[in-house]
Ligand binder design. Structure first.
Ligand code: MLT
Length: 264
């Protein structure tokens, strides 16, 4: 039987800057430190807020499954706690799934949306099986093996060649996450809704960012979303993989900065 409600949860978060609230939602299986280049690089134009999704970072407890709606509910509770009525909501990959869930639930609290290296569709049956296998592996074996296999897939070959230390940074970031958090998120992604039907009725401005060398979620997914969302712009950063904000912070922050200027 499913949960009737989620017990409120005080989200760990880091923030920097003042003004227009910009909430940055990390991907799977990361934590808020993914956004260090944006906390530093955008805090002169926004109040940049980077939470740890439930279970990630230093958090202790997490339910067996965290749906994208569960994470979105946590983010709304954080905004309420911070006295923020409306924010620009930015999510990378799984963070993008959460951002779309947030918009669906709380349109009045969404000033604009930034969807990075993500997609609107649900999992295929095969992808779903893979999620359940990842969840089992995390619980049975821990996260080190997952970190070892996932980290190289998240970065473009060009990034690894130019900045080899980044591979270790991403591997370490994944390896320190708790097995329970990784399993809960994998299971939540497996049951996430197809958000494609809502795209054509999105009425807030949307910026879509991806990397030309993202092999985990190919740029064609971003192009498809851009074609369906009325007020949207698409930026494809050359030679960048799945972690576009880390791999090319200058191009990423430049695009976000321009978008925030328009939204504000
Ligand atoms: C992520 O980076 O959040 C994941 O690649 C998302 C996914 O597995 O669908």
């Amino acid at each position: 039987m499913g949960r009737l409600y989620l017990v409120p949860y005080p989200m760990n978060h880091t923030e920097q800057g003042q003004g227009l609230p910009l909430i940055l939602i990390h991907g799977f299986p990361h934590d808020h430190t993914l956004w260090e280049p944006q906390l530093d690089g955008l805090s002169d134009v926004a109040r940049v807020i980077a939470p740890d999704l439930r279970g990630f970072g230093n958090a202790e407890e997490v339910p067996e499954t965290m749906t994208m709606d569960d994470y979105a509910t946590d983010i709304k509770a954080l905004l309420d706690e911070l006295g923020i009525a409306k924010a620009v909501v930015c999510g990378l990959s799984m963070g993008g799934y959460v951002a779309l869930a947030f918009l669906a639930r709380y349109p009045e609290a969404t000033q604009g949306l930034i969807l990075c290296n993500t997609r609107a569709g649900a999992d295929t049956e095969q992808a779903r099986e893979g999620r359940y296998a990842t969840a089992r592996k995390a619980i049975d074996e821990g996260v080190a093996g997952i970190a070892e296999s996932m980290a190289p897939k998240m970065l473009a070959e060009a990034t690894i060649a130019k900045r080899p230390e980044m591979l270790n940074t991403v591997r370490t970031l994944i390896a320190r996450q708790s097995p329970a958090a990784v399993a809960a998120a994998a299971q939540g992604m497996a049951v996430r809704l197809d958000r494609t039907p809502m795209l054509s009725s999105i009425s807030v401005p949307v910026l879509i960012i991806t990397g030309s060398a993202d092999t985990l979620i190919p740029p064609s997914e971003s192009e498809a979303m851009a074609a369906m969302i009325p007020d949207s712009g698409l930026i494809v950063i050359p030679d960048v993989g799945h972690l576009s904000n880390l791999e090319d912070p200058e191009a990423f922050n430049g695009a976000v900065r321009k978008f925030l200027g328009r939204v504000a």
